[in-house]
Design a protein around this ligand. Structure first.
Ligand code: ABN
Ligand code: CU
Length: 710
């Protein structure tokens, strides 16, 4: 499809266009979604169409900053849509100019399959339950007669299976049995795997293992309160919940929040950025700036999680197909949860809703999809003078701003927290919870080294959770560079003239000139970090360029071998970083998705996404407009503690400013407590916002508070 640069010239809306949101990066409103589907329906009159995706096509970077910074025209509202038409292979996709009220381009793309929607997942369960051969296999597995309503499946895209390729729209149904409606079915996996053609709405094949295994007769293991009571309840304590840590911890913010929202534009501390959300990446943070004492400095054009993959490590057929690319195949937006006040996050919360099309093109809303709140962040900085027993002191507490969402990828929950600190640090914390993907294991079966029996007859296979973080930097301008930064000992031996005492060490910075230089891996021996910097913006003291340093240590390497299906489908996951030139060109769409635009049922052959962007590796990435991709995540060897639901496993990364600010950027944050040496001597008050007459919420755990009254 051709990019239409001239669209940036439109400013006024045609009759019938819904009101455009204030900001060009705002997600489509419900009215806009409905408006697009109406236009699309007219275009496809005579066909039975099912809406799969209607989303904002963000304005190109150039057009955006022409508007934002150069008084240029406001970019028109453009939507991208994907539909599946009954009887047609592949997808129909296109672009609608909402402002001008017409379809700009559309095409029938074959050989690809669309992202799965939550509706698709539910349909599959019905198809599987009603299939006579599945019913027969359930019987062979020992499922009681007439209990197909107790059969559940987690519908996964097939990944890719050579037997069918990408022509049919396929799902693999991972099968389970619930002995009653409130069971956790992951305790009762079945051993076979139906393949469902979603367009034909039928089971077309069933993968049946040679060794058959009867369903587990063990009672399911569950985690809902009623099951906790069954498991641990006693006469004295029928609930079964532990009694000794039940007192609430509440957060009080008596004067409300310190952030300010103008529509989707967040201002907090010195940060300013736009909060977007789409079906695929979920939260997208754009046009991020930091107010450096009146100077609004640009930091990043766009930050998002653009892809992920969960490769499983059991080599037996058909488990090689288990490698969900959850963002490209299902969508962190599509699978996002509505969040509950005081529960998913505590304190004073602002929520944003998310809007999607249903299969008929009507808009539906996930309420409270994005949570925005602040938390106390402990000590921001402190120093005390030992000379007067630490009475001369400054103690400044910090706050953090957290933008979060939680999405459910069938069995797993991914809790995503984008965290901002007042000193300019940006953190991404991921909490992984939910339920292990499980497979049946017979009484006499050894899981071998590929999995762990986490419960009787329940095998949880080894797997990884790997994400691709997409950073489009704009540090002090469009031309940026990137480098590895390695802690190195002096190369000269002890006793040499250059390193007489042997203690010398330094930071070795290796700037990427070409794309091929940027394909790097984590190196724990050198405490490797990565610098993203503007070589043209040099610090007046250090002489070093204005930098954001990526500090990321959860960098498990992809364990699947070269040539494996998952490595081909997630080429980006094989390394920790890739840097490519930004491109707004035709088909580029800003180089957003490193496993390609349509991920489901891609074989990994041919050049798409990251493979095409890397190309021959010769393109320049030094002092130009670059996009930085970072693979991070964990390797998960399941254990019984992860079952029946996982206590959150936390991993994170951070981006910190280096050589960007003249000095400590939070000196202007008011301390909680401060006294100079002369104030101590003269018995003067200094600054005090934490003593008990000010902070009524803090108090001693035991005894009275008299000792602390000042
Ligand atoms: N993890 C695979 C998956 C994700 C979302 C929905 C279904 C299946
Ligand atoms: Cu896991």
């Amino acid at each position: 499809m051709e990019r239409l640069a001239q669209l940036a010239l439109h400013t006024t809306s045609a009759a019938g266009a819904p009101p455009a949101p204030a900001h060009p990066l705002d997600p489509l409103s419900p009215q806009e979604i409905k408006n697009v589907s109406t236009l699309v329906k007219k275009n496809y009159e005579g066909k039975i169409i099912n809406f799969n995706t209607i989303t904002l096509r963000e304005p190109m970077k150039k057009a955006y900053y022409e508007w934002k910074e150069k008084n240029g025209p406001k970019p028109p509202r453009i939507a991208y849509f994907v539909i599946v038409a009954d009887g047609d292979q592949g997808v129909h996709e296109g672009v609608v100019d909402i402002t001008a009220q017409h379809i700009v381009e559309f095409q029938h793309t074959t050989g690809v399959q669309p992202i799965l929607t939550p509706h698709d997942l539910q349909t599959t369960e019905d198809i599987v339950r009603n299939d006579p051969e599945v019913q027969r296999q359930c019987e062979i597995s020992g499922v009681p007669p007439n209990s197909m309503h107790q059969i559940y499946c987690d519908a996964w895209t097939i990944g890719y299976d050579e037997r069918w390729g990408a022509e049919k729209r396929l799902q693999q149904a991972l099968m389970y049995w619930r002995s009653d409606e409130d069971d956790s079915h992951y305790s009762h996996p079945l051993d076979f795997c139906p393949i469902v053609d979603m367009n034909a709405k039928k089971v077309i094949y069933i993968d049946i293992p040679q060794r058959r295994r009867k369903i587990s007769k063990h009672k399911h293991s569950n985690f809902h309160p009623k099951h906790i009571a069954e498991k641990f309840g006693t006469k004295e304590n029928p609930s079964g919940f532990r009694q000794n840590d039940n007192f609430p911890i509440n957060v009080t913010q008596p004067e409300g929040v310190s952030f300010n929202l103008d529509g989707h534009v967040m201002s907090w501390s010195n940060f300013k950025f736009h909060i977007g959300f789409n079906y695929r990446e979920g939260i997208v943070l754009s046009d991020m700036t930091y107010n450096d004492h009146g100077n609004e400095r640009s930091l990043f054009h766009r930050i998002s999680l653009c892809e992920m993959v969960v490769p499983y490590g059991c080599p037996d057929f058909p488990h090689q197909r288990k490698h969900a690319l959850d963002i490209g195949e299902y969508g962190a937006g599509n699978c996002t949860n509505p969040l509950a006040l005081g529960c998913d996050c505590k304190g004073v919360i602002h929520y944003m809703d998310a809007h999607f099309p249903d299969k008929n093109g009507d808009a539906f809303t996930v309420r409270n999809a994005i949570c925005i709140h602040e938390e106390d962040d402990g000590i921001l900085f402190k120093h005390s003078d030992f000379r007067d027993d630490f009475q001369t002191t400054v103690t400044t507490r910090g706050k953090k701003l957290i933008i979060s969402q939680i999405f459910t990828a069938a069995n797993y929950e991914y809790c995503l927290y984008w965290i901002f600190r007042q000193d300019g640090t940006i953190k991404l914390e991921i909490r992984l919870t939910g339920i292990l993907n499980t497979y049946i294991c017979a009484d006499d079966e050894d899981t071998g080294k590929w999995g762990t029996q986490v419960y009787p007859n329940v095998n949880a296979h080894n797997h990884q959770h790997l994400f691709s973080l997409r950073l489009h930097p704009r540090i002090d301008g469009d031309n940026n560079s990137a480098a590895t930064s390695d802690a190195k000992s002096s190369p000269f031996p002890t006793g040499s003239a250059e390193n007489k005492y042997g203690n010398g060490f330094y930071c070795e910075k290796t700037t990427f000139n070409k794309v091929k230089d940027s394909i790097t891996d984590f190196e724990s021996k050198t405490a490797r970090t990565w610098d993203i910097f503007n070589p043209n913006s040099v610090h007046k003291y250090s002489g070093k360029p204005a930098t954001y340093k990526l500090v990321s240590t959860y960098c498990s390497p992809l364990l699947a071998q070269e040539g494996s299906l998952v490595r081909k489908r997630a080429p980006w996951a094989a390394n920790t970083t890739q840097v490519v030139p930004y491109s707004d060109d035709a088909h580029g769409y800003g180089r957003l998705y490193p496993s390609g635009d349509h991920v489901a049922q891609w074989s990994g052959d041919g050049v798409r996404g990251m493979t095409s962007w890397i190309d021959d590796g010769e393109a320049n990435v030094n002092n130009t407009d670059i996009v930085f991709f970072h693979t991070f995540g964990i390797t998960h060897f399941p254990a019984p503690e992860d079952f029946p639901v996982m206590p959150t496993e936390i991993f994170d990364l951070m981006l910190r400013p280096r050589n960007l600010h003249t000095e400590n950027p939070v000196l202007d944050v008011k301390p909680s407590y401060a006294k100079t040496t002369s104030e101590v001597k003269n018995g003067e008050a200094g600054v005090d916002s934490c003593s008990l007459n000010v902070d009524k919420a803090s108090r001693l755990a035991f005894g009275n508070n008299d000792c602390c009254k000042k």
